[in-house]
Design a protein around this ligand. Structure first.
Ligand code: C2E
Ligand code: CA
Ligand code: CA
Length: 562
């Protein structure tokens, strides 16, 4: 069977590396005919998410003649199986019975030694099915299955903890943690060192839960190198918890007098209305499967249907800055009189590992949500300066415009900090413009005015951004030391509309000019708009009419064409 068959629920999810045909045959002739719906795969790719998508209650891993692959598959399935209360049956060759212990450690719930008759296999599958039914019913009883008891007990406790919190309508977040790079430790120091490491990681997590998070929490091992942290928290508190945990687990561990740095992946889900424990754990498992599948992505947050992904992005953003996922685009600014590109505005983009390119608005919303507005803005400022200072000669005369956030401006001592940053980069102050929105300025006019004066006194120029939205009061412009006024694209859009709109925009332009400011129009998309803006006295413009914000090579090409 193939992926298409997986749309409907399957009761059995099977992976066979060497004897796929044989397994399919057995299941078709006996098991599947007698009530099993089975999906069989010949490889272990993206196995966690495939298993979850199948909604199967039983997973069968045929590890005959494929011990390593089988073990890797069981490790990948350990957490989804445990959290879903499913069963994981492993088929091993007689020569490999020593490996059974390892399979149990990795999360297998039962095994069958080959060669076994078809009847025995079907019997084992039935037994696994009953086991799964019990486990997912909340009462986990795997006594008699060697090696699995501790994890079962802990998983059961975690489930009951969640069930209890949900019953009391309290917030619950599930953080599944999968440790990686253990194979290196295993190779160097052996299995006991690996076990010791996992225990140490669990203890660190318990400490974080107790001390750093400061909310009700519990940690349970799931078998293999995975464990779960459940906390009574939601929203920003969960973000904070993950950040603390990430930091704690990133610190080196000591194994047999050597230092080991582990990798870890997180799958996170928060309780939504209508969730039961199983739904919550399933979403966390799916999130972990995705975090494992997308290489480089350490964290994946389950998104409940219909909920904006912004909280999830807020968490991702912590890593985005470190991993250089924030990129810059440059939008040309054109002089109306000459038609030449005289400057560029730096605009940020987020090249998200799994979601692809995201726009500046999403980026800054996520930053606000994560309380990372200042960190992000700092990062972008450094990036803009570092890139622009390294430009080739052909771009060396362009002015560079940089957007500041409202939080930047109200930050004590920002002007000095910013100027030091500029000087450190080597980019000339005189070629730099900072853009500030009205909203950012109006909150504290007196200190905003002092800040702008300081920046201008130091040789930078200052632009007021998004003019015409928000307060749009020309009166306070008079009290501010400004060089440019940027007419917002919403006004520009109106200018070739009715006569009244035109009068309003033209009036704003005239007043700004009478105060000695240079007027820049943004969002210019048509020649008609440009013509009217030029007639009204605009000196500079930017917009799709000439170019969107582009990469550095594309900008270079635009300049060469001139
Ligand atoms: P903004 O500073 O007003 O930037 C202009 C926005 O209009 C940009 O959107 C730009 O891509 C878009 N735009 C440019 N030409 C046209 C056009 O002809 N038509 C239309 N419809 N749109 C046009 P973007 O890049 O998504 O940025 C949105 C906002 O995010 C920016 O508005 C700015 O407030 C903020 N932002 C972007 N990059 C940064 C940054 O590096 N730092 C800070 N602090 N804020 C940034
Ligand atoms: Ca701007
Ligand atoms: Ca704007």
């Amino acid at each position: 069977m193939d992926m298409e068959d997986m749309q409907t629920a399957t009761t059995l999810f099977a992976v066979s590396f060497r004897q796929r045909d044989e397994i399919e045959e057995i299941l078709a002739s006996t098991g599947a005919g007698a009530g099993w719906r089975a999906a069989v795969f010949g490889d272990a790719e993206a196995i966690g998410s495939r298993f979850l998508a199948s909604h199967a209650a039983v997973a069968l891993i045929d590890a005959r003649g494929a011990l390593d692959e089988g073990l890797a598959a069981v490790r990948a399935l350990g957490a989804p199986v445990a959290t879903n209360g499913a069963a994981l049956l492993v088929l091993v060759s007689r020569g490999d019975v020593e490996a059974i212990r390892e399979f149990f450690d990795a999360g297998a719930t039962q095994f069958l030694v080959s060669p076994a008759s078809e009847g025995e296999l079907v019997q084992a599958l039935r037994f696994a099915g009953r086991h799964a039914a019990r486990a997912s019913g909340g009462t986990i009883d795997r006594r008699g299955i060697p090696g699995a008891s501790r994890y079962d007990r802990e998983t059961g406790e975690a489930r009951r903890w969640i069930v209890g919190r949900i019953a009391e309508d309290r917030p619950v977040a599930v953080v599944l943690v999968a440790l990686s790079r253990l194979d290196i430790v295993n190779a160097a120091h052996g299995r006991p060192a690996v076990d010791g490491l996992i225990e140490a990681a669990v203890r660190r997590t318990e400490t974080v839960a107790r001390e750093a998070i400061g909310v009700e929490a519990m940690v349970a091992r799931l078998g293999g190198s995975e464990f779960v942290l459940v906390i009574e928290a939601s929203g920003a508190a969960v973000t904070a918890a993950i950040t603390a945990l990430d930091a704690a687990l990133a610190r080196p561990f000591t194994v047999a007098y050597a230092r080991a740095v582990l990798g870890c992946r997180f799958g996170v889900a928060q309780r939504q209305p209508g969730d039961d424990a199983a739904a919550l754990l399933r979403r966390a498992s799916e999130a972990l499967a995705e975090a494992k599948a997308s290489d480089g992505s350490v964290l994946h947050v389950a998104l409940p249907d219909g909920v904006a992904p912004i909280d999830a992005l807020a968490i991702d953003l912590h890593h985005a800055i470190e991993r250089d996922e924030i990129e810059l685009r440059w939008q040309p600014q054109i002089e109306v009189a000459s038609g030449k590109i005289t400057g560029v505005e730096a605009l940020a983009r987020w090249s998200h590992r799994t979601l692809g390119p995201l726009g500046a608005d999403t980026l800054f919303d996520a930053a606000d949500r994560a309380d990372l507005g200042i960190a992000l803005s700092d990062h972008i400022q450094r990036l803009v300066l570092a890139r622009a200072v390294a430009w080739p000669e052909a771009l060396g005369t362009l002015r560079v415009s940089l957007n500041l956030t409202a939080a930047d401006i109200t930050r004590p001592g920002f002007a000095a900090l910013f100027l030091a940053r500029v000087d450190e980069s080597g980019f000339p102050r005189g070629r730099l413009t900072v853009e500030i929105t009205e909203t950012g300025l109006i909150e504290d006019l007196a200190s905003a005015s002092a800040l702008l004066a300081e920046l201008r006194g130091a040789g930078c120029r200052v632009a007021i951004d998004d003019f015409g939205t928000g307060y749009s009061s020309l009166a306070y412009l008079k009290s501010l030391p400004l060089d440019y006024v940027k007419i917002d694209k919403s006004l520009v859009r109106d200018i070739d509309g009715g006569a009244r709109d035109r009068v309003v925009v033209a009036g704003a332009i005239t007043m700004a000019r009478s105060l000695g400011m240079v007027v820049v129009a943004e969002g210019v998309e048509t020649p008609a708009q440009l013509e009217l803006l030029a007639a009204a006295g605009c000196s500079l413009y930017q917009g799709f009419l000439v170019s969107e914000a582009v990469t550095e090579p594309a900008l270079l090409e635009l300049m060469m064409r001139e």
